[in-house]
Unconditional design. Structure first.
Lengths: 289, 158
């Protein structure tokens, strides 16, 4: 069996150098809940594993620009145990709370859930709806990107060789705004999304929607930020008619596959239903914020 | 290539071992350290039979590399009893027959202990959600859940 090298750098620069020197044969390790399974099944055979959990920036949670900077190797459970974050971003917290078991949630990282690039990753639509951005380090220095720019297809990302995810930024929570994430699975727990829907919206004093972001998971090769869904809500009072238009726009955006978890027809229908229900929860939260 | 020399703490004891990069913590516990209480069920993080505590957090040791234990604190099923004195969870699992074949039991005990340490009075729903990552193919879960709830009550002095 091939000998795999292992490194646990303590700085972003050192990690970039290791990744660049390995020339594409390296893989980043954070929580390992995807990577170790993929290595065992032979899907990934890295020459070098770069454990990024000893880099302080990857593990930190701190306020920044009125919002929050969160390290890419922070585990979902750590996000949800934070004294402030779940109250400010309940939809994002709902998504992390749906990923795997207690054992998985304690290890699986925010960055890993994005970079594993599963179309069904629960946190990705929630983070897209939240308007989160991410910071990527690489040989050319650091760059910022929107969440929706990262995944390009199942298991594929836009990260260049030598680049890796350092942190996320969740923006300041606007007054009168709220978010929610819902997913459909055929059982109560421990399953992969058949459809996921994340909604983040803002209402003014008259109850009119002034901004909205709606993202869908598991209905296309990547999670989708659906502009038509946002347009169905913005400028309305989020009445039945607007919510109906949201559902229709969500269904229209779907490009799903048929598989054992759900048919094309089912996923398309459920995407509209979930988007509407998530919007109703987000609205309720917006009104009390 | 030489193996990695890892210095860690297992069940409170300073421990050293040698491992290869791809060896999991579960492989190391069972094959290098002869701590065979942690079981391999699925090797993909689905069944929880390999549950251990890593730096105070419940994890599947099949999804942790042995090398990641460097400088860490690991607690396994072998550290749950106090010498010959069983932990109340172990005692209750025996009294209430919350096991049949026993393969999943170490994982359930480690996971349930982690729950009771953060929540001394969990509801049945909380127990079931917390233990959703531990699979048992024999008991149908009812006796396990009841044993955990009864242990919690006993430990609260109820």
């Amino acid at each position: 069996m091939k000998q795999i090298r292992f490194a646990a750098p303590t700085s972003v620069e050192e990690a970039v150098r290791l990744l660049v020197d390995a020339g594409g044969a390296a893989h980043v390790l954070a929580g390992g809940t995807d990577l170790l399974v993929q290595m065992r099944s032979g899907l990934r055979r890295p020459d070098l594993i770069v454990d990024v959990k000893r880099i302080p920036e990857l593990r930190a949670i701190a306020q920044e620009d009125g919002g929050w900077r969160i390290g890419a190797a922070v585990a979902g459970a750590e996000f949800n145990e934070h004294p402030d974050l779940p109250a400010v971003w309940p939809g994002v917290a709902e998504a992390f709370d749906l990923i795997g078991s207690t054992q998985i949630q304690g290890r699986a990282s925010l960055g890993g859930n994005l970079c594993n690039a599963s179309p069904a990753a629960d946190s990705v639509p929630a983070m897209m709806a939240a308007g989160a951005t991410c910071r990527i380090a690489g040989p050319g220095g650091a760059r910022e990107a929107n969440i929706e720019e990262i995944c390009t297809g199942p298991g594929q990302t836009s990260l260049a060789q030598g680049e890796f995810l350092v942190s996320f930024h969740l923006p300041a929570r606007a007054v009168g705004s709220g978010d929610a994430y819902l997913r459909f699975i055929p059982r109560t727990e421990m399953d992969i999304a058949v459809v996921g829907a994340g909604v983040n919206l803002t209402v003014d004093g008259d109850g009119q929607c002034t901004s909205a972001r709606v993202a869908l998971g598991a209905v296309a090769p990547t999670a989708l930020l659906v502009q038509e869904c946002a347009e169905a809500l913005i400028g309305t009072k989020l009445d039945d008619r607007a919510m109906g238009a949201l559902a229709a726009a969500a269904s229209a955006a779907c490009r799903p596959i048929d598989d054992k978890r759900g048919t094309v027809e089912f996923r398309t229908k459920v995407a509209g239903v979930l988007a509407r229900r998530a919007a109703a929860i987000a609205l309720e939260r917006a009104r009390s914020n | 290539m030489a193996k990695h020399h890892i210095t860690t703490t297992i069940n409170g004891e300073p421990t050293e071992f040698l491992c290869e990069s791809q060896q999991t913590l579960l492989d190391v516990l069972r094959d290098e350290l002869q701590l065979t209480g942690s079981k391999e069920g699925c090797a993909s993080g689905d069944c929880g039979a390999c549950s251990v505590m890593l730096n105070g957090r419940l994890v599947c040791s099949c999804l942790v590399l042995g090398i990641e234990a460097e400088g860490a604190s690991v607690e396994t099923i072998e550290g749950v009893a106090d010498g010959d004195r069983l932990h109340p969870l172990q005692q209750k699992f025996l009294e209430e027959a919350a096991l049949q074949c026993g393969i999943c039991t170490p994982g359930f005990i480690v996971a349930a202990k982690a729950l009771l340490e953060r929540n001394s009075n969990p509801t049945e729903t909380e127990v079931r959600y917390w233990l959703a990552g531990n699979l048992c193919r024999c008991t149908g879960y009812d006796k396990i859940v009841r044993a955990v709830l009864d242990t919690a009550a006993e430990m609260r002095g109820a």
